[in-house]
Design a protein around this ligand. Structure first.
Ligand code: GLC
Length: 699
């Protein structure tokens, strides 16, 4: 089927309409045992060649061909990769498109804020809507698989693709990634990636990540497990080696943990090229689909099967898993009910703007410099104010039909305020001096960080630092807005700046959203999904050149708290234009059994003058643990909206099994009968938290 003929006629009410998977399988008349029977009946009808063709990708069109619309008939159909399917048996093609920020590959689609900005919303319900919108657009373009979410755990803030992930904490990553997965899978197959321990870019295809079993189970994979629990149809294996074998042919990672321990019934797709180096090992390890071509599968795997080196059982397993997901998602009416008019339409772009608003994190606001109310003139400084700065230009890139730069957003929303702008430091002082307020836009762009290249430094360029200092000296009402995909260090200037906001890469509507916040039309409510260090030397070294990297100990806020270090801004931190107060912490009991649950509640009051949203966070500490554990770990969070004077009670349910550690001797999760601390508050900062204690005792 040539995609170009793929024109939708029937509009669908509500492009983000929820269409649960059960409806699709009902539509396709398949599900459960009936589906399994159908697949069993199909297998003997497939030749070995056909089976292996289902496991071997065909390279989609090149980005240039997509950009110019030069689809080569019979080649690619405009997808990142696809399989040929088996038309005579009604077996659909797999058709993939990237990525975590929206549908990529030069289609004119909705460009959302990057993953880490969406992570800063701490709002899984909102993230599910983003997934649904991206899934809808994927399907409206004729594909059936979106290569997202990216849930790599952010081990070190200089990792080049930090922007694509949601952050550093496995509980938070899992909640956000599972939400996105649920959203996407209202329409197409999702593909949580990159499984697992892919934490550097410079050596991403060659590095051997060495991790002990406890770290693998407790730190690097639980968020993938949450996506499997959300019924993810596929998982993408990563490029790196893991304890020797490449992740794409790592039997422990794929067959033992993912498929056996977690009961994953979907299929594992390799990352694009060089995700394996031995097709037989990969087939035995449980890699089901090689993308973007059958370099190690295809004819080589066929020969290996013919020579008895690769078991037909592995081939049949891979085909079974792929058919199970294809029939689950691609029913006979797959092409109906989707219209390309909804791609980057008003619903999705309004969602992009809402997410951008909720992603931005107010880090400083001394003397209530923000919002810029009551001003008649505003100086805007820094080249990033007018630059197209949507994020990385790698596989996560999205090219929307329009984008609102920060300067455009201010021009559109700052009625009655005279704006002046300069990208250069020479005019900065005069402009800053002669305006009622000044805002400096500084930070990073795709040259500084992205797929295939890690960030070289953690701070800003000297030129940007000078610009900030000049502006702060020239006008007390000075705010700095940072754009970027990860933590940025701020030595030498942050003390001089009274107001500071982290905007991430806020997407196609980012300029509007930022203007709404700076001008007080919206109240900032984001929280940091990663810790911001004062200096890079507070962290462990970033090993992105070594051939082998051992991942051990703690990272992120766990590192800072274990070392007793003070970060610049803590994990979970974010201010508001109003003020919230936490109180009345209650635990449902002093002790629960290992099979039990504890209910924790806290009252949150808006004691300020304007409506706002707060994120209540629940952490657990293990003072009596017999094994080494972090000082505390995030185990729950809830975003709540409060009008001025309003108080709401937030309730968390904590299962004892959520407190388990992985016992590598018993190869099992262990819940300790011990004392635990519960901390609840607006950030991970100890001074912000209310504390309670309880015991786990008995079965
Ligand atoms: C890339 C990325 C992966 C992407 C794939 C297809 O190498 O690692 O995230 O989905 O190729 O573009």
């Amino acid at each position: 089927m040539d995609r170009r003929k793929f024109v939708k006629t029937t509009a669908v009410a509500g492009a983000i309409a929820a269409v649960p998977n059960s409806v699709w399988s009902a539509l396709s008349g398949l599900g459960g045992d009936e589906l399994e029977r159908k697949i069993k009946g199909l297998l003997p009808q497939l030749s070995l060649d056909e089976k292996i063709s289902l496991m071997s990708g065909v390279l989609g069109n090149t980005a240039k061909e997509i950009a110019t619309g030069a689809f080569r008939p019979g080649q690619g159909h405009g997808y990142t990769g696809y399989t040929v399917g088996v038309e005579r048996l009604g077996i659909p093609q797999v058709k993939c498109l990237d990525g975590p920020r929206g549908v990529g590959f030069f289609y004119k689609t909705t460009c959302f804020p990057v993953g880490i900005g969406r992570g800063a919303t701490f709002d899984p319900a909102l993230e599910e809507k983003v997934g649904a919108a991206a899934g809808y657009e994927t399907r409206a373009l004729g594909a059936n698989m979106l290569l997202a979410p990216c849930i790599n755990l952010l081990w070190h803030p200089r990792w080049g693709r930090a922007q694509e992930s949601y952050g550093e904490d496995t509980h938070h990553l899992g909640m956000m990634g599972a939400a996105f997965t649920r959203g996407v899978q209202q329409h197409v197959m999702a593909c949580p990636k990159h499984y697992a321990v892919n934490n550097v870019e410079d050596t991403r295809t060659t590095v051997d990540a060495v991790v002990d079993e406890r770290m693998l189970r407790e730190v690097f994979t639980p968020h993938f497990h949450k996506c499997i629990e959300a019924q993810a149809a596929t998982v993408m294996s990563s490029y790196n080696h893991l304890n020797g074998p490449k992740a794409g042919q790592n039997k422990h990672l794929i067959r033992e943990i993912l498929k056996q321990d977690w009961g994953f019934d979907g299929f594992v797709v390799s990352d694009w090229g060089s995700a394996m180096d031995d097709g037989v090992q990969a087939a035995n390890a449980g890699l089901d689909l090689e993308m973007p071509t059958g370099k190690f599968y295809g004819a080589k795997l066929k020969a290996a099967v013919d020579e008895g080196k690769a078991p037909v059982a592995a081939i049949d397993e891979a085909v079974t898993r792929m058919l199970r997901q294809l029939f689950r998602f691609v029913g006979p009416d797959y092409d109906q009910g989707y219209t390309q008019k909804n791609i980057a339409g008003p619903e999705h772009t309004a969602l992009a703007r809402e997410v951008a608003r909720k992603s931005m994190v107010l880090l400083k606001n001394e003397g209530q410099v923000l919002p810029f109310t009551g001003i008649k003139s505003l100086a805007v400084l820094g080249r990033l104010a007018e630059q197209d700065n949507l994020g990385d230009h790698g596989s996560s890139r999205v090219t929307p039909p329009y984008k609102v730069t920060i300067l455009q957003g201010l021009k559109k929303n700052a009625s009655g305020i005279k704006l002046s702008y300069s990208a250069s430091a020479t005019e900065a002082e005069a402009l800053a001096k002669n305006a009622d307020a000044v805002v400096v836009i500084a930070g990073l762009d795709f040259n500084d960080e992205g797929e295939g290249h890690d960030r070289k430094v953690m701070g800003l360029s000297e030129e940007q630092i000078e610009l900030i200092k000049t502006a702060a000296a020239a006008n007390k009402r000075c705010a700095v807005v940072l754009v970027g995909g990860s933590a940025i260090t701020m030595e030498g200037w942050v003390e001089q700046v009274p107001a500071l906001l982290m905007a991430w890469y806020p997407g196609m509507e980012g300029g509007n959203a930022l203007a709404e916040i700076l001008l007080g039309q919206a109240n900032p409510s984001g929280k940091l999904p990663i810790v911001f260090p004062q200096r890079e030397d507070q962290l462990f070294p970033f090993e992105n050149k070594a051939a082998k990297v051992e991942y051990k100990g703690f990272h992120g806020y766990r590192w800072f708290e274990n070392k007793g270090l003070k970060p610049l801004f803590p994990f979970g931190f974010g201010l508001s234009y109003t003020e919230f107060k936490f109180g009345n912490l209650k635990l449902s009991g002093k002790s629960i059994p290992k099979s039990g649950k504890l209910t924790v509640s806290v009252d949150v009051a808006n004691i300020g003058e304007r409506a706002g949203e707060e994120v209540a966070q629940l952490y657990v500490g293990y003072p009596g643990s017999v094994v080494e554990r972090p000082v505390k770990e995030l185990k729950g969070f809830q975003r709540i909206a409060l009008d001025p004077g309003q108080t709401k009670t937030v309730t968390f349910e904590l299962s004892a099994r959520d407190l388990a550690y992985y016992d590598t001797v018993k190869s099992a999760w262990q819940v300790e009968e011990s004392g635990y601390n519960v901390y609840v508050g607006p950030s991970s900062l100890k001074e912000d938290l209310l504390m309670g204690s309880f015991k786990v005792s008995g079965a």
